[in-house]
Design a protein around this ligand. Sequence first.
Ligand SMILES: Cc1cc2nc3c(=O)[nH]c(=O)nc-3n(C[C@H](O)[C@H](O)[C@H](O)COP(=O)(O)OP(=O)(O)OC[C@H]3O[C@@H](n4cnc5c(N)ncnc54)[C@H](O)[C@@H]3O)c2cc1C
Length: 580
Amino acid sequence: MTLKLVFAVAVFSLFSEAQSICRDFYGAKRSSIEQGIVRESHFKNLKNSEYDVLIIGGGSAGLGSALDASTRGLKTILVEADDFASETSSKSTKLLHGGVRYLEQLWNKLLTQREWDQTLYNLITDALKERKTVIKNSPNLAQPLALLTPIYSWPEVPYYWAGLKIYDLFAGKKGKLPGSHFLSAQKIKQMYPQINTTGLKGGVVYYDGQFNDARLAISLAHTASSQGATLLNHTRVVGFEKENDKIVGAIVKDMLTGLTHTVRAKVVLNATGPFADKLRQLDDPSVPAMISGASGTHLVLDKQFSLPEAGMLIPKTSDGRVLFVLPWEGKTLIGTTDSKTDVVEKPKTTEDDINYLIKEVAQYLSQPISRADVKSYWTGIRPLVSDPNAADTAQLARDHVINRNEKTGLITLSGGKWTTYRVMGEHAIDQVMVQLGRDPKKETSKTENLKLQGTKEWQFENYKTLMEKYKLPEDVAIYLNRIYAGHATKLLDLYPNLHQRMAIDLPFIWAEVYYAVHFEAARSITDVLARRVRVATLDKMATNAILERVSQIMATELSWSEQIRVSNLERARIEFQLEK
Ligand SMILES: Cc1cc2nc3c(=O)[nH]c(=O)nc-3n(C[C@H](O)[C@H](O)[C@H](O)COP(=O)(O)OP(=O)(O)OC[C@H]3O[C@@H](n4cnc5c(N)ncnc54)[C@H](O)[C@@H]3O)c2cc1C
């Protein structure tokens, strides 16, 4: 009898052990699948929990706030109607900057009105400091970038040279990047044959930061999750819970199942960017709108259109706008337009915007550029905010705005920019702390020196180890090391049979699709191809070619019915503006 029992226990343990290390068809170790941002397990907590803070919106403002709140020890939940960074926060120019344009405004005001605008000065210097903080805390996803301003008239040479020297000075010790310097036309010709040098007098090179916006959002989500925050994408706030007019939570709809849940929270923070008025008015229909939208389109072209290792700032287009031509993720990024718009979800890119950008940029490039060179494009909406507490509400705030409804207690954070996501989160959570009856001066923000998950030991050179150990091509190893930092080996170990490229000439590999689903809460094809593996951001044709296979993988991994798979495919085609 005892022998039988020992035998049974031995068989059982062997079976369990075998199960825990067994590899599925694709080579994934099932035992590890439980870690990461696991959407479904977060849902389980909702019913019996009361949170300190519920954050609505999973863009840079919401995720920055969730990280700040969770690291201060607040019981935090964030809900996002679609996917993390699925609206404005994945559609930026991807620059970390103080705002050269604001510097020009500050200068002009001083010269023409003899007035020193301290608010504008603070805005520039704070953002310059933050650009360095972002680079320090997420070194894999953000780094300094040289930007050349080509100058075609002599009087403008000292103007831009002095202006960009002041930009360096404003950065101070905390925001310091390499300093700006003048380049002669001759030198530019030698270094950057991509530039049209007809009439060129010279140029000034200055530095800002550059980053991968959607991947930084995922990294913030990861880090906040590791600090105990609950994060639910595809979960929309459809109503508020109130007691005596005060908000005590929200009704949220799981957009994947259609089920609604009640989330109880002591404080609710509306961080829905361009959509902030919808939530403010859902809470209190009597409040006046404070957001207006400005849409911006970007184009992606092949690498040869940008300068090697440097961007170009075109300070004045024919209609007085600023444009950038940037090297980004092995391609060229051009943008942006800036036009007043109604706030809509997933704005479409128009042919007019595409043609406008091509026409403007063509004047600065030595080689012809046409519509056929455009590999991808997208449009995002910037939330421009007028402060409802300001005396002149028609004036748009240049900084972020935090607004509290005194009747209901809803706090709204909007405006600002990606560069300042961390301080935006800090300021918003300071306000949350006050509403919780706690002292933000005692329980201060912890994010200034907080390295994001997986980046503590990160170094660019680590790609060499990946190359050697996993026999990867150099571009793939560099890419995986940058995007996944300390998690790259986990991804490669989990899916040893899936290290092949998803598309020729792009560094993305098939293992990433599985990783996105199991560790990064990707639940739709667009989640995977626009914000985890950024194929759709770089190349629409390559995206079209792999769409079907990605849908098949996701259907298997997420047990989708054929109907869900087809509707997901349909949605991806519409969102990516793909021809059938
Ligand atoms: C064209 C363009 C270029 C830019 N370039 C730069 C740049 O180079 N550098 C820089 O620093 N900044 C840049 N910005 C600004 C920056 O991108 C934005 O300030 C920032 O991304 C806004 O983030 P957000 O979180 O406020 O809004 P969003 O990213 O739009 O996030 C709001 C989220 O709220 C969600 N939501 C809405 N309603 C609900 C609901 N009912 N329930 C739950 N969730 C909801 C939405 O789905 C959305 O994901 C640029 C902006 C644009 C438009």
